[in-house]
Write a protein that binds this ligand. Structure first.
Ligand SMILES: [Zn+2]
Length: 122
């Protein structure tokens, strides 16, 4: 599956490859859709937990960073990542991994910089 990323782009950041906006998104706008996914029986650092107990993998979604003050929210029923607030061009795309994962295959120290950052995730 090869999808056009525009208006998003990938760039290396402190945590690896991250997804960035190349245009402005308004609250409620779909930023990423992930209708066709690969289902994995076990969680890993790139999967998103589905309420069914399976873990879905999508190449673009796997590049979305975690933030304790995210600019997007994941909608597992609609299979979309939706903007929660206005996202400016050049901003990293993020969601809160703890909204989907009950446990973490790879706990990590969050670097989101938000004043209410939870620090250790997982
Ligand atoms: Zn954080």
């Amino acid at each position: 599956m090869n999808r056009r990323l525009s208006p998003l782009f990938l760039k290396e950041d402190a945590t690896g490859q991250a997804l960035f906006a190349s245009r402005t998104y308004r609250p409620g706008e779909i930023v990423v859709d992930f209708v066709e996914v690969e289902w994995r029986p076990k969680r890993d650092r790139y999967t998103v937990e589905h309420p069914s107990g399976l873990h879905l993998y999508d190449q673009v979604l796997a590049s979305v960073s975690h933030s304790c003050d995210p600019n997007c929210q994941i909608d597992l029923q609609g299979r979309v990542l939706v903007a929660l607030k206005t996202i400016a061009a050049g901003e990293p795309i993020s969601f809160d991994y703890q909204t989907t994962e009950r446990r973490f295959a790879h706990p990590f120290d969050c670097l989101c910089g938000f004043s209410g950052c939870r620090g250790r995730i997982g």
